[in-house]
Structure formats: structure tokens, C-alpha cells
Design a protein around this ligand. Structure first.
Ligand SMILES: Cc1ncc(COP(=O)(O)O)c(C=O)c1O
Length: 323
């Protein structure tokens, strides 16, 4: 489909099933956040994917690449450590394709995540919340070692993860924009940053700057990780990152609310963190396109109350309690 055909297609395209409807998400300009007329800020709304997050792309790529390599067979159990979104995406895709799924997840994620996973039929194994996603990774690796019948896609070390962005997200952005100046995304597994960086640098050269939103150490922003916590996912090539900007949980929440209140975009908290750094780099520019990723929608975070709380009360939230 050519970009012109895709633009403003009233129904967003025709697909044979929900798994093939993943991707082709809208790129929406945020005029209210632009610091000057020549600087345009674009949000790639990954929240429009079937289960509401960017991880639909990754989960499909992980399963399809395992199928192509003959690593899995129908009925087999897939095991994956995930703080939520990858698990939800894998659960949907495994239920469509006839695999069982077991996810290992910190026990302090919001209850909506557990409900969504159960809804798609996944089994959940909890790891200690205080150990964060590193605790979930360690537990899943242990389980896989003890029982070789599991297939673990391991998104932290599987090139199908960044490739989903190289072949999807970045390609779609380049179909819409001739130039991307800074590209901003969150750092979780690193898949979004690596896959997009690779394609942008190949096609646009070194003028495109890749900017990562990284949480301050000990400041959990759900979906993001601090490299200072001691684990650098094997898919991360640090040489592709031009800049890291630290964000606090408080910033992430305030900017998630600004995205909702000022532009009507209902997103998860990591998207607020990324918006904050996108605006920060936009302020340093005279013209150009800043593209950032809205990783997921806000439904899974509703129970936190952040979308309805008066803005001046956000200051008093002890975010670490309800994460
Ligand atoms: C809500 C959310 N934001 C951001 C990310 C980071 O994306 P990536 O894993 O591609 O670095 C994730 C990853 O799980 C996520 O769930």
C-alpha cells in the first residue's frame, strides 16, 4: 500500500485477522507542545494496536520468527518474563495461534494487567515486586533452565524484537515524514530504540539523533529501566544511542496528564516520560520533526487514579506504592 493510499483511509485498512491488523498506527502532530512554528512534534500512537501497546508488534515478531525457525510447535508452552505489555500481546497472539503462555511478572503491577492476561488465557507466575523486571527475568531464566520443554522467546536478547521496529514502526514513520530529526523513545528492553535507530541511521544518516528516556535509578516508571541497575539487555547497542535523558516518576505522571489534558491522548505513564524529553529536545531546535512513541494506552493504569486526580495533588502521590 502506498503512503498516499494509507493516509486517511477511513477504515485503516483491511486485514484477514486481528494478528495481521497489528501496526500501521497513526502519526499525530501535537501542535500545543511545539515550542516554535518550524518545530513539529509527532506522536506515533502505538496505543492503537489491538491490545493497546507497541508490544503487539514485538510479540508477533517473536512468535513468527520462532515458527519460521521451527523452534515451536502447536500446543507448546511459551514462557516469558514481562512487566505486562509483552505478556498481554503474547497472550493474545498465542491464543490465536494455539500456544500456551506462562508469564513471569512482578507482583506489584496494576490489577488490570493480571485481568488482561487472564482474559487471554495466560498463566501468571509472580516474582517479588521489589526486584522489578530484573527479578522477573531472573525467575524466568531459572524456570527455563529447570524445564527444557518451555520455549522462551526472551525479548531482551532476541533480534526479532528490534527487527519488529526496523521493519514496522520506523518504516511507517518514514512513509509519512521525509526527515526525522530527534527520535525519542523509552528504554525498556531497548527494542524500540534499537530497531528505529538502525533504520533511521541507515536511511537518513547521522543527522537523526536517537534520544532515550531513562528512569532515575530507584525511580520506577512502568515499562522503562535504568541501565544503572546493572542489566544491559543483550539487544542494546549503546553506540546507536546519541543521548539519554533521565526522567522521574513524578515527571512521567505530570506529562501523561498533560498529554491527556492538552492533546486528548490517553496514554500510559512511560509515554508521559518520553513526551517530556521530546519537548525538551524540541526546545533546543529551530526547525524539524521530533518523533516520539506513545507506547501504550491508559486503560491498564486507570486504578492508579492519575487521570482524574487534581493536577496539584500529583505532587503528593507516593508513586512507588501503587506501581
Ligand atoms: C509501557 C511501556 N513503555 C515503554 C516500553 C519500552 O519499550 P522497549 O522494550 O522497546 O524498550 C515498554 C516495554 O515493555 C512498555 O511496556
Amino acid at each position: 500500500m502506498t503512503p498516499a493510499e494509507l493516509r486517511n483511509r477511513p477504515c485503516g485498512g483491511r486485514y484477514e485477522d486481528i494478528v495481521s491488523a497489528i501496526g500501521n498506527t497513526p502519526l499525530v502532530e501535537l501542535k500545543r507542545f511545539s515550542p516554535k512554528p518550524g518545530v513539529r512534534i509527532w506522536a506515533k500512537l502505538e496505543s492503537f494496536n489491538p491490545t493497546g501497546s507497541v508490544k503487539d508488534r514485538v510479540a508477533r515478531a517473536l512468535i513468527e520468527s520462532a515458527e519460521e525457525q521451527g523452534l515451536i510447535r502447536p500446543g507448546q508452552t511459551i514462557l516469558e518474563p514481562t512487566s505486562g505489555n509483552t505478556g498481554i500481546s503474547l497472550a493474545m497472539i498465542c491464543s490465536r495461534k494455539g500456544y500456551k503462555l506462562k508469564v513471569v511478572m512482578p507482583d506489584n503491577v496494576t490489577p488490570e494487567r493480571t485481568q488482561l492476561l487472564k482474559m487471554y488465557g495466560a498463566d501468571i507466575v509472580y516474582s517479588p515486586g521489589n526486584l522489578g523486571s530484573n527479578g522477573a527475568v531472573a525467575k524466568a531464566l531459572e524456570m527455563a533452565e529447570e524445564d527444557p520443554s518451555y520455549y522462551m522467546p526472551y525479548q531482551y536478547g532476541n533480534m526479532a524484537n528490534p527487527d519488529a521496529h526496523y521493519n514496522g514502526t520506523a518504516k511507517e514513520i518514514l512513509e509519512e515524514l521525509d526527515q526525522v530529526d530527534p527520535f525519542a523513545a523509552g528504554l525498556g528492553t531497548g527494542g524500540t530504540l534499537m530497531g528505529n535507530a538502525r533504520r533511521f541511521k541507515e536511511e537518513l544518516g547521522d543527522t537523526v539523533k536517537i534520544v532515550a528516556a531513562e528512569p532515575m535509578q530507584g525511580e520506577p516508571v512502568q515499562g522503562l529501566r535504568s541501565l544503572d541497575d546493572g542489566f544491559i539487555p543483550p539487544i542494546i547497542d549503546l553506540s546507536l544511542l546519541d543521548r539519554k535523558i533521565f526522567v522521574t516518576n513524578h515527571d512521567a505522571i505530570v506529562w501523561t496528564r498533560r498529554l491527556l489534558d492538552e492533546e486528548g491522548i490517553f496514554a500510559g505513564v512511560s509515554s508521559g516520560a518520553i513526551l517530556k524529553i521530546a519537548v525538551r529536545v524540541a526546545e533546543e531546535m529551530d526547525e524539524g520533526n521530533v518523533v516520539f512513541i506513545v507506547c501504550d494506552d491508559g486503560w491498564k493504569y486507570q486504578s492508579s487514579g492519575i487521570y482524574t486526580l487534581p493536577v496539584d495533588e500529583i505532587e503528593n502521590l507516593d508513586a512507588t506504592v501503587w506501581w
